[in-house]
Design a protein around this ligand. Structure first.
Ligand code: CUA
Length: 316
């Protein structure tokens, strides 16, 4: 029709929902702004000095008017609150079958790792229609992962995992930005998301040959960093086995007490970098810290490996 894009393309189902909410809110804003300014203008003109209008018996009170101006805004704000809350939960609750892709931000590039093993920088290839969950962290400062066409943006923080998810509904190329000023070359920390037909995506994954998966790479690192020496059963060191641990509650010795925490990405990461902060009940705090010895990419691989053991039988 006319080429004056006010909005980026809508390339996910959530993008449409988010735009609908935003248009609704902007609509209300425009309506009330217009109403108020029109009334100000009308009254200014009508009751200007010297105009011949009836100023007798000016009302001092109107209950009906008060009820209306309390009830209507109250209802409208409740609608906005409930609508946006629902959407917020949807936006932060990835479907269970979402494919997980790891993201590491660093000055000044994005590193992305597919579970099947292929990795890329500043480009992200995803299949059409597949829900994708991004597990993100930063190697240095705060970045922000932003795909306008998907209407998603999330800070990427050093020392913490944050996540995003999306389900692309359109084949094509979409911009990827860093949306947090992160130093001199912040402005070149950009990239492209390629949404492909599933068959094309499979071909793309296989194009570089079927290498080791992210979890297999993680297993290699697990051995290389000597984690296996203790955590796969050892005569000399008593260390917890990691089979069946991921996603389950773990008993932690907390002074005299025992508390349970969920073995998630955060827990595994901290157990590697600060192993003495949360020691599994019944074990000695013997493990050395791996701080500054394992890169963020490699940590995500090791976590993927430990996650791949989640369905195995726990070994005591
Ligand atoms: Cu990274 Cu701005």
């Amino acid at each position: 029709m006319w080429d004056f894009p006010l909005f980026p393309e809508q390339a996910t189902a959530n993008a449409q929902k988010l735009d609908a909410l935003m248009l609704f809110e902007v609509g209300i804003l425009v309506f009330f702004t217009t109403l108020i300014f029109t009334l100000i203008l009308v009254f200014c003109l009508r009751f200007r000095r010297g105009s011949k209008v009836d100023r007798s018996n000016a009302p001092t009170h109107s209950q009906a008017l008060e009820v209306i101006w309390i009830a209507i805004p109250a209802i409208l704000s409740a609608v906005m609150f409930i609508w946006s809350m629902q959407l917020f939960y949807e936006l932060y609750d990835p479907p269970a079958d979402a494919a997980e892709i790891s993201v590491v931000g660093k000055q000044w590039m994005w590193y992305l790792q597919h579970p099947q093993g292929r990795s890329e920088t500043n480009e992200l290839h995803v299949p059409l229609g597949q829900a994708v969950k991004l597990n993100m962290t930063s190697q240095d400062v705060i970045h922000s992962f932003f795909i306008p066409a998907f209407r998603i943006k999330q800070d990427v923080l050093p020392g913490r995992y944050t996540s995003l998810w999306f389900q692309p509904t359109k084949v094509g190329k979409f911009d990827l930005f860093c949306a947090e000023y992160c130093g001199t070359n912040h402005s070149i920390m950009i990239g492209t998301v390629h949404v492909m037909e599933p068959a094309d995506y499979e071909a793309w994954l296989a194009a570089k040959g079927v290498g080791p998966s992210q979890a297999e790479e993680g297993e290699r690192l697990f051995v290389q960093h000597h984690c296996a020496g203790c955590h796969r059963g050892s005569q000399t060191v008593h260390a917890p086995r990691l089979e069946g641990v991921y996603g389950k509650p773990v008993p932690i010795q907390d002074g005299e007490n025992i508390r349970f925490i969920q073995a998630d990405d955060r827990y595994i990461r901290d157990s590697i970098l600060e192993p003495r902060s949360e020691v599994v009940a019944g074990y000695e705090p013997l493990m050395p810290s791996y701080k500054d010895q394992i890169s963020e990419q490699d940590l995500l691989k090791i976590i993927a490996y430990i996650k791949s053991l989640a369905n195995q039988e726990p070994i005591q």
